[in-house]
Design a protein around this ligand. Structure first.
Ligand code: GTP
Ligand code: MG
Length: 181
């Protein structure tokens, strides 16, 4: 009886993934949640979510990850999902300058709906496309440091850094929650 009544997790966390259309938000989440990658692009309509439970530092964390549409026409609808998020990932594509320039807009949008101390990660996507890179690592890292964000680069295609990214992100959120206790 003790076994069945035990909670299935220590933390239930709501995470957001935002960023321009086509940067690879759905791909990151699909890789993380189902270890799957596809080359063709299907734009997310509104929002979608996946659940995966991971263990970090001995805590069982059930992650409810919201994948939002990057297309402008969904911006209004999507922003209604920001409230109550424990953390947000802002994605840009290291091969797409505009997507990096728009990071500030996404950050402002998050801080409009979430407290300013909400953990935010900046994620440079498509790290397998080094030959097409236009945003140097050092530029993105400097921006992140200035805005007190953590910076990581991932590839949903090769699976580089995907799990580490979600683990680090979850660890930051758990640490932040414990700090507030
Ligand atoms: P919206 O839903 O419109 O906001 O776009 P999104 O950010 O969810 O982008 P999505 O994950 O659908 O990916 C867009 C395109 O980029 C697809 O064709 C993916 O196959 C491709 N892509 C995503 N991640 C990677 C990656 O790590 N490497 C490479 N080479 N391509 C990727
Ligand atoms: Mg998508």
């Amino acid at each position: 009886l003790d076994y069945v009544s035990r909670a299935e997790y220590d933390y239930l966390l709501k995470l957001l993934i935002v960023g321009d259309s086509g940067v690879g938000k759905t791909s990151i989440l699909q890789r993380f949640a189902t270890d799957y990658f596809k080359d063709d692009y299907v734009a997310t309509v509104g929002v979608d979510f996946h659940i995966r439970t991971i263990d970090v530092d001995g805590h069982r964390c059930k992650l409810q990850v919201w994948d939002t549409a990057g297309q402008d026409r969904f911006r209004c609808v999507v922003s209604t999902f920001y409230r109550g998020a424990h953390g947000a990932m802002i994605c840009f594509d290291i091969t797409d300058k505009d997507s990096f320039q728009n990071v500030q807009t996404w950050l402002d949008a998050i801080y409009t709906s979430c407290p300013e101390d909400t953990p935010v990660f900046l994620v440079g996507t498509k790290s397998d496309l080094q030959y097409k890179r236009v945003i140097p690592y050092t530029i993105a890292k400097a921006y992140a440091d200035k805005n007190r964000l953590v910076y990581l680069e991932t590839s949903a295609k090769t699976n580089e850094n995907i799990l580490i990214c979600f683990e680090d992100f979850t660890r930051s959120i758990v640490a932040h929650k414990n700090q507030m206790k």
